[in-house]
Write a protein that binds this ligand. Structure first.
Ligand code: GLY
Length: 286
């Protein structure tokens, strides 16, 4: 038996350098106060989804048509259970993803079907004032086109990984996706093995341009390395290097093993990660 719940959270890798990267300590504290691995991950992400500074829930970026379409995924390494939602407009997509995991026989539910599952959850009619203005400005300037997709200022997401006192690992991810994406596009956050992975000995999250993770199954690759005994730090760095051979898009990987050892590495401008000891400095690679 371990001590209290160990949790690491991240606020989304950015292609831009952000000297004033926000403290994530409050989100760590929210998750660590929970006893169960899934409760810890969900609680921390719900708080992140409520904060308009992050691209998830209330602060989600808009698609090219100015509509909200959020994705989220959650997984328990202890039970192998997983759930994901895509193209939803509830305020807390992570809660809906958990409902898919625990209340349906499915692993991924999208659009209207997912919304119907969350009929009693709070609906989000619009994103934050800042994100709506950003879309208005980009549209007026004519700068929202497929050519600008995935550019440095257009990516980020949120997530949490936890190890509870029973030794159970969990991972969760939530995002508005990539600014200016096409309607119906699904990213990596709800796709097991791409942007999220959890097993008895590894929990892994990806952040960045989802297509890179979908094309490489990066979270699953890092998880497999950890299961073979590679440290989470080395696993994140190895897989990030591999991603670098395929694409220079902004990307980050965060991992935790069953001993509570953490790893994180990223490519891009900045990335806020925090855990039990406060801010966690992930090395920038490439
Ligand atoms: N990583 C978030 C997304 O691409 O949707």
């Amino acid at each position: 038996m371990l001590g209290m719940t160990i949790i690491y959270v991240h606020g989304g890798v950015s292609g831009l350098s952000k000297p004033d990267v926000v403290s994530l300590d409050a989100f760590v504290a929210a998750g660590a106060a929970e006893d169960g691995h899934l409760d810890a991950v969900e609680r921390a992400i719900v708080a992140l989804e409520d904060d308009p500074r992050f691209n998830a829930g209330y602060g989600s970026v808009l698609n090219i048509d100015g509509a909200l379409e959020m994705d989220a995924g959650i997984a328990s390494g202890a039970t192998g259970a997983l759930g994901g939602v895509a193209n939803v407009t509830v305020r807390h997509p992570i809660t809906l993803a958990r409902r898919v995991m625990e209340g349906t026989p499915h692993a991924l539910v999208t659009g209207a079907g997912a919304q119907a599952l969350g009929h009693d959850l709070e609906h989000l009619n619009d994103t934050s004032v800042e994100e709506r203005r950003r879309w208005d400005d980009a549209t007026a300037a004519g700068s929202l086109d497929p050519g600008s997709y995935g550019s440095p200022e257009h990516v980020d997401t949120v997530g949490a990984i936890a190890l509870d006192r029973h030794g159970r690992l969990a991972a969760g991810s939530s995002t508005g996706g990539v600014f200016g994406k096409l309607p119906g596009r699904v990213g990596d956050a709800p796709i097991f093995g791409a942007g999220i992975y959890a097993s008895a000995s590894a929990a892994v999250l990806g952040t960045g341009v989802g297509e890179v993770f979908l094309g490489s199954l990066a979270a699953g690759r890092a998880g497999a390395l950890i299961e073979q005994g590679v440290s989470p730090q080395e696993a994140c760095e190895k897989v990030l290097e591999l991603l670098g051979h395929r694409s220079h898009a902004t990307a980050g990987l965060l991992a935790l093993n069953h001993r509570g050892e953490v790893g994180a590495a990223y490519r891009g401008g900045s990335w806020a990660v925090a855990g039990p000891d406060g801010a966690h400095q992930a090395p920038r690679i490439g």
